[in-house]
Design a protein around this ligand. Structure first.
Ligand code: AGP
Length: 586
């Protein structure tokens, strides 16, 4: 949700920041801008549209210190004026987050004679810094931060100075420590190949970054120490590697992601079991795809480990007073580890005494600072906004935890073969005809029962996200209670059937849809289901496997389907309209 980067060194700031913004673009891509200090003066380029629009102008910027921003609009439409950096006097600022009290601040600044150019909440920040500046940029930023309510990761520069000042509250900032240069950025990928070490800021921290130093302060302007860690972002993993899109590259990386996650679980297994064993209530939470993984986690815990569990959207849970208590374990699933709703839900539950387990792909993220224990998801950098391999790896992490609690060694053995199953699924997948059907359909509905219902929800989200085709996910049993009214020759219903025990009931729902003249497809691991519908519906057959492993095969098939449809419809699957990878605002 907006990417920010700052650089202080001796190289060309415009070029270096431009390159960093390209790597951060998955955080937002409706406009971008760069400000550099060149000969003491501030030069700014900014534009609506993708970062690439700054290609030529960024190269022309001189200077060796500057800040940049790629935006996901919250306040004010995505246009040139609302693009960051925002300026007041000699101060330029980029901001990620949401200033909740911006309207009051803006009014009082305007009453004092300040003029505003944009509709953004962010523009109050340079105005406040400018107002408080008395020769010390850090002090002015600290005073500004004391006035702000809401979330911010902000970087400020001032004409005539050689430093960047950063401030952080509820939006991520990491410092990148290099040789004769230092950085600050929203995320590690922006720093891939640029510096060997990083330092993760915490809420309430401020930092002053120059070519030769990166110093962290508290709000009293006292220096503080934060751990220095190796920079694990790899330039190589951020390249397309010959694929046309990140989505297809990353879904092919699911086998490795699952393998690495299952292996890594071995190291936390005992700690996870003891954290969860004492709980009398388990709540899974997350948003979007992560919530769909949480739904599977709930089933795995209940059915395999015999531990009753609930799953709730994080955006609901954070306002729900009924939930967590002292003996609750909250299992928060989040790829980025920064999703505001998920982090806030975890903080709320922690305040109520709950134990927090984070299932995350981001070891240095906000959720890991809140959590008592982290279950690693080892998917590597995921650039495509649509989650693919991270979802598969989340499933593997949650299934590993349920199996550890259940001592089910047979299924654990099958899970260790899941990477090969996913590869086999992708290699043999014949989904092109179904993709054409989706692309032609007026609406696409995904149906399933039990575990297949959770997978159906994710299939529906993935398709909507990258193709913009309307639709939804429903439990097969609910069909006759309303959704059947949607069915006609222009709608496509896709049934996921992998649970033999529930297959008879699911097949009845398929029949009910066929008899209403709707287009129907069936995605199944079960030979008898294939046989029954092979001449009457579009059938996609997946390798036969245990129903608890089947979501891994089905997820890859559904991700591939969504990708194909996006390509047919000429959508950009990596950067769907209106979305961003990491949703750090409410
Ligand atoms: C997935 O395809 C989506 N882009 C989205 O639903 C995502 O899963 C959700 O925003 C949660 O993100 P997180 O896993 O980083 O918390």
């Amino acid at each position: 949700m907006c990417g920010i980067i700052g650089y202080a060194g001796s190289g060309n700031a415009g070029e270096i920041i431009y390159d960093g913004l390209l790597k951060l673009e998955y955080r937002g891509y409706d406009s971008a801008g760069i400000a550099v200090l060149d000969g003491g003066k501030c030069a700014i380029v900014k534009s609506a549209g993708r970062v690439k629009k700054l290609n030529t102008s960024a190269q022309l910027l001189g200077g060796s210190i500057g800040i940049g921003h790629t935006r996901w609009a919250t306040h004010g439409k995505p246009d040139d004026v609302n693009a960051h950096p925002h300026v007041c006097g000699k101060i330029a600022v980029v901001h990620n987050g949401e200033i909740e009290n911006y309207a009051e601040l803006k009014k009082s600044l305007m009453d004092g004679g300040d003029k505003f150019l944009s509709q953004t909440d962010s523009e109050v920040i340079p105005h406040l810094i400018n107002k408080f500046y008395c020769g010390d940029l850090l002090e002015a930023v600290i005073k500004c931060a004391s006035m702000l309510k809401g979330s911010y990761a902000l970087l400020a520069i001032r004409e005539g100075s050689g430093e960047i000042v950063a401030a952080k509250n509820r939006s991520p900032v990491i410092l990148g420590l290099g040789e004769n240069c230092n950085f600050c950025a929203s995320d590690e990928p922006a720093l891939a190949g640029k510096c060997p070490r990083i330092c993760v800021l915490e809420d309430g921290d401020f930092a002053v970054i120059t070519k030769d130093s990166a110093t962290v302060y508290n709000s009293k302007k006292q220096k503080i120490n934060r751990a220095v860690l190796p920079n694990s972002a790899k330039e190589q993993s951020l390249s397309l590697g010959g694929y046309p899109h990140y989505m297809i590259k990353e879904l092919w990386e699911a086998p490795a992601a699952v393998k690495n996650t299952v292996t890594a679980f071995g190291e936390v297994k005992n700690a996870v079991c003891s954290a969860i064993c004492g709980a009398d209530k388990i709540i899974f939470t997350g948003c979007g795809t992560a919530y769909h993984a949480a739904l599977l986690g709930k089933r795995y815990f209940a059915e395999l480990a015999g531990i009753p569990a609930e799953a709730e959207y994080a955006g609901e849970l954070r306002y729900d007073k009924l939930y967590a208590g002292k003996n609750t374990c909250l299992i928060a699933v989040t790829q980025s580890g920064e999703t505001a709703d998920t982090v806030e839900a975890a903080i709320l539950c922690k305040k109520s005494g709950a134990t927090i387990a984070a299932v995350t792909n981001s070891p240095h993220s906000a959720i890991t600072r809140t959590a008592d224990i982290t279950v690693p998801v080892c998917a590597g950098a995921e650039i495509c906004v649509a989650a693919t391999k991270s979802y598969s790896a989340q499933i593997a992490a949650l299934l590993s935890a349920a199996l550890a609690l259940s001592q089910n060694t047979g299924l654990a053995e099958e899970l260790s073969n899941a990477p090969a199953l996913i590869s086999q699924t992708l290699q043999n997948l014949d989904i092109y005809a179904l993709a054409e059907m989706c692309a032609r359909a007026r609406g696409v509905y995904f149906m399933g029962r039990g575990i297949d219902y959770a997978v159906a929800l994710e299939g529906s989200l993935k398709l909507k996200e990258v193709s913009y085709i309307a639709g939804g996910g429903y439990p097969s049993g609910e069909l006759k209670h309303g959704p059947l009214a949607l069915i006609d020759g222009s709608t496509l219903s896709i049934f996921i059937i992998t649970d033999a025990a529930l297959s008879q009931k699911s097949m009845e729902a398929v029949e009910q849809t066929l008899s209403r003249g709707g287009m129907v497809a069936v995605i199944t691991t079960l030979p008898h289901v294939h046989k029954r519908f092979e001449r009457r519906a579009e059938v996609v057959t997946l390798p036969e496997c245990n129903k608890y492993i089947a979501p891994l095969a089905a997820a890859s098939a559904l991700q591939f389907l969504a990708y194909r449809v996006a390509v047919i419809l000429n959508r950009d699957p990596d950067k769907p309209r209106n979305l961003a990878k990491s949703v750090t605002v409410e």
